[in-house]
Design a protein around this ligand. Structure first.
Ligand code: AMP
Ligand code: MG
Length: 480
């Protein structure tokens, strides 16, 4: 019989390439593992037969149980600024890197468990995760992927059969996550803080080889690495902004080197346009509000730049200047990406930053539902969503002047980038609550809806559109 263990050839590239930045560790026991959801498409991409992951050994594997001897899971260490405060030692408190595989496209991908028990980095935490938040990460990640946004992905959620104490007792779960890597800005912060330049260099070389191989050809590979991470993150945040995604906890330990979205905790999608949109109960000052995300990303990248300083040569003035030059270019770079993606949403052939910005001002003043508006723009019904018709008409005339002649082609292209359905908070919450009670039906239906975001599907009409006007504001809690 072929099982998951023989099918998945797990390597230990990170532990081997970057010594001293991870600890071998074993997952806690999962007494009664039960597969809640499996990503068959992703399994196939990894070269695994989904059926092998569904059998008893496969499910145990997905919860970190009964691993073959040659697999050595590790807990990765990292530091990070959490809400601006430096924490010298965070790390995988409840997660393990199983290893990496080369997928059917030849891409190296990490396999990682979240909720697999305490590690030496657990600090006060219990090491566990519960079903609701792990299904949320599954749903959000797969929705983002379907929207074309770089993200870690979910392979499976397995209920462990244990009860975990949160605000009440809740069913425990392990998420099996797939990522281009789990290198974070915080990983570099930790490596820099060790004072051991060999460790930092090994980490940077690993990051270059894995994510930004072109940087190796530069006369200044580490500066070029920095430049490329900044570019990847500028594009990522621009994409977030244009689907109304609010990450909610953009700490430097939740900012990747690959440019993938990572760690779906208190995240949520904005309904009406408002730069001040904050969902997280712990983000009292709105540090990570929708409109702050580009500036926060730049701040996080500045921390990456600082961590790289020891690799950038002995002339500290020149190093500072070079880093500042890259950072100073970030807002422009971000705006260019934003304007480019916005052009696609508007159906115009050439980016027009002012046109996009003026639209955002109009939508904000009118408190228009972001997602609904863009879909309505291709069908010609957007005007009905705005009260100040005169202001809309002035803006629409400017856009009309930039539209290509073939309007049907424009509308079709717009419908391929403007989603009908996103994970709306008022649908996510009840789906997760039902799943906690053992009914996965609403979750699976919502997953289907948000992973086919651009398709008109009348049978899913109830999952499109904004929440009822009398709905309470959505608040996300960090009790993950
Ligand atoms: P986050 O910002 O939520 O991604 O996590 C911040 C840090 O807290 C990471 O180092 C996590 O591994 C750790 N952490 C979060 N929840 C737990 C938990 N229940 N047990 C142990 N560590 C945790
Ligand atoms: Mg995190």
């Amino acid at each position: 019989m072929t099982t998951a263990r023989t099918l998945l050839q797990l390597d230990a590239t990170y532990a081997r390439d970057v010594p001293g930045m991870s600890l071998p560790w074993t997952a806690a026991e999962a007494p009664a593992p039960e597969l809640l959801v499996l990503n068959e498409e992703l399994a196939a991409e990894l070269g695994v037969d989904p059926a092998a992951l569904r059998d008893a050994d496969g499910v145990r594997f997905l919860a970190g149980q009964g691993l073959p001897e040659e697999v050595t899971p590790v807990a990765q260490v990292y530091a990070g600024h959490q809400f601006g405060m430096y924490q010298p030692r965070l790390g995988d408190g409840r997660a393990l890197l199983l290893g990496d595989v080369v997928d059917v496209h030849g891409r190296r991908r990490d396999l990682h468990l979240k909720g697999s028990g305490r590690t030496p980095f657990a600090r006060g935490g219990d090491g566990f995760a519960v079903v609701g938040p792990m299904l949320l990460e599954y749903l959000m990640g797969e929705a983002m992927h379907a929207l074309g946004i770089p993200t870690t992905r979910a392979l499976a959620v397995v209920a462990t059969g244990t009860q975990v104490r949160r605000e009440r007792m809740l069913p425990g779960a392990v998420l099996c996550r797939v990522a281009e890597s789990h290198l974070r800005v915080g990983t570099f912060q930790y490596a820099a803080a060790t004072g051991d330049h060999d460790v930092l260099r090994a980490l940077a070389d690993h990051a270059i080889a894995r994510h930004h191989p072109g940087a190796a050809d530069s006369p200044q590979p580490y500066l070029e690495l920095f430049r490329r991470v900044c570019a990847a993150q500028a594009d990522l945040v621009a994409r977030w902004m244009l689907v109304g995604f609010v990450h909610g906890v953009m700490n430097t330990d939740n900012t990747t080197i690959s440019g993938e979205t990572i760690d779906y905790g208190p995240c949520a999608f904005m309904d009406v346009v408002d730069p001040g949109t904050v969902f997280s109960s712990i983000d009292e000052r709105g540090r990570y509000a929708y409109g702050n995300q580009p500036a926060i990303m730049r701040w996080n990248l500045a921390r990456l730049g600082e961590a790289l300083v020891p690799l950038l040569g002995d002339d500290l003035d020149a190093t500072g200047e070079a880093l500042n030059e890259v950072l100073a270019a970030f807002p422009d770079l971000y705006e260019r990406r934003w304007a480019g993606h916005m052009a696609a949403k508007l159906g115009i052939a050439t980016p027009d930053l002012a046109l996009g910005n003026d639209l955002m001002t109009l939508l904000q003043a009118e408190r228009v539902d972001f997602t609904t508006f863009f879909r309505a723009l291709s069908t010609g019904t957007a005007r009905d969503l705005v009260l100040d018709r005169a202001a809309f008409d002035v803006w629409a005339a400017r856009r009309d002047a930039l539209l290509p002649a073939d309007r049907d082609a424009v509308a079709a292209a717009m419908d391929r980038v403007n989603p009908v359905r996103i994970p709306r908070n008022h649908h996510v919450e009840p789906a997760l609550r039902a799943a906690e009670r053992g009914d996965l039906g609403p979750f699976l239906r919502l997953l289907d809806a948000v992973t086919t975001p651009f398709d008109e599907r009348p049978e899913l009409a109830d999952l499109a559109g904004p929440p009822p006007t009398d709905a309470l504001p959505h608040i996300t809690y960090c009790g993950t």
